[in-house]
Write a protein that binds this ligand. Structure first.
Ligand code: GLU
Length: 275
């Protein structure tokens, strides 16, 4: 009886101890989330970890020849880091896809997402967004000889390829519910699937599709944009100070001409197609 009593007490104490450990663990993990803004201000050579695409030509794609990820978003990440750290900081580029970017941010694996990401009300419930830094709109990519010339031409016989975790996948289901939608992991897979005839069209933002056309001119845009896709940089909601720093840096590069240089570098040639 005594032994039983003792062991029960022991169990209760152990349970209490674990509960306490668990609670303190939880408290410390939220209250001591590393403050990125402080790292930027106080470290000598702070490293900023930006989530960028590696499959999206013109914004973030892996250049095999150079062995590097390049693109508009990548240059924006570098320019912002330079401004925020007075040229002392370093950029670490971490590959994200449309599906993985929010979890990676919320888990603390990256400091911010600069990856063709539309500011949407649903996403704004889980992440913070900076001001808009690029205006895109959703469109359709089709082979030059396609019967499709716009969203209105899509019928129940058409199959449209979209990418998981993108606004484009949701929008096409909402706006053309009659079509079959195939969702793939990333834009490289999507374009390969279109080229191998697995779909009649690939849908995402016009600027991303123009990047694909710049690689292969057997494809064209079908009609006008049918949504507005304003891009923002996503920051974790517990990093308000860092969000302010990024917004200020964005203002700086827009005022000092660096933004325009980067824009012209990546979109100068395809501008006619975007505007
Ligand atoms: N801008 C759209 C989005 O945020 C499509 C591009 C992408 O998949 O990143 O979902």
């Amino acid at each position: 009886m005594l032994r039983f009593k003792k062991s029960k007490k022991f169990k209760v104490l152990t349970l209490l101890l674990f509960t306490l450990l668990f609670l303190t663990g939880c408290v410390s993990s939220t209250s001591t989330a590393p403050n990125i803004a402080e790292r930027v201000l106080n470290q000598e050579n702070p490293v900023l970890r930006w989530g960028v695409k590696a499959d999206t030509k013109l914004f973030g794609y892996y250049n095999i020849g150079e062995g590097e990820i390049e693109g508009f978003d990548v240059d924006i990440a570098k320019a912002l880091t330079d401004v925020m750290t007075d040229g002392q900081g370093e950029v670490e580029l971490i590959e994200v896809t449309s599906k993985t970017r929010i979890p990676l941010l919320l888990n603390g694996n990256i400091d911010g997402i600069i990856a063709t990401m539309t500011i949407s009300p649903e996403r704004a419930e889980v992440v913070d967004f900076t001001d808009v830094y690029f205006d895109a709109g959703q469109s359709l990519l089709v082979p030059n000889d396609s019967h499709l010339n716009g969203l209105g031409d899509l019928t129940a016989d058409d199959t449209v390829i979209a990418i998981k975790g993108s606004t484009s996948a949701q929008n096409i289901r909402d706006l053309a519910p009659q079509v079959t939608v195939i969702e793939l992991e990333n834009y490289s897979e999507g374009f390969v699937a279109l080229q191998s005839g697995q779909g009649d069209a690939l849908t995402t933002d016009n600027a991303i599709l123009l990047g694909m056309i710049s690689e292969n001119n057997n494809y064209r845009l079908a009609g006008e944009n049918f949504t507005e896709e304003p891009y923002g940089i996503a920051i974790s909601p517990d990093q308000k100070e860092f969000l302010d720093q990024v917004n200020e840096a964005l203002d700086t590069i827009q005022e000092n001409g660096v933004y325009d240089e980067i824009y012209d570098k990546w979109f100068g040639e395809v501008l006619g197609g975007i505007e």
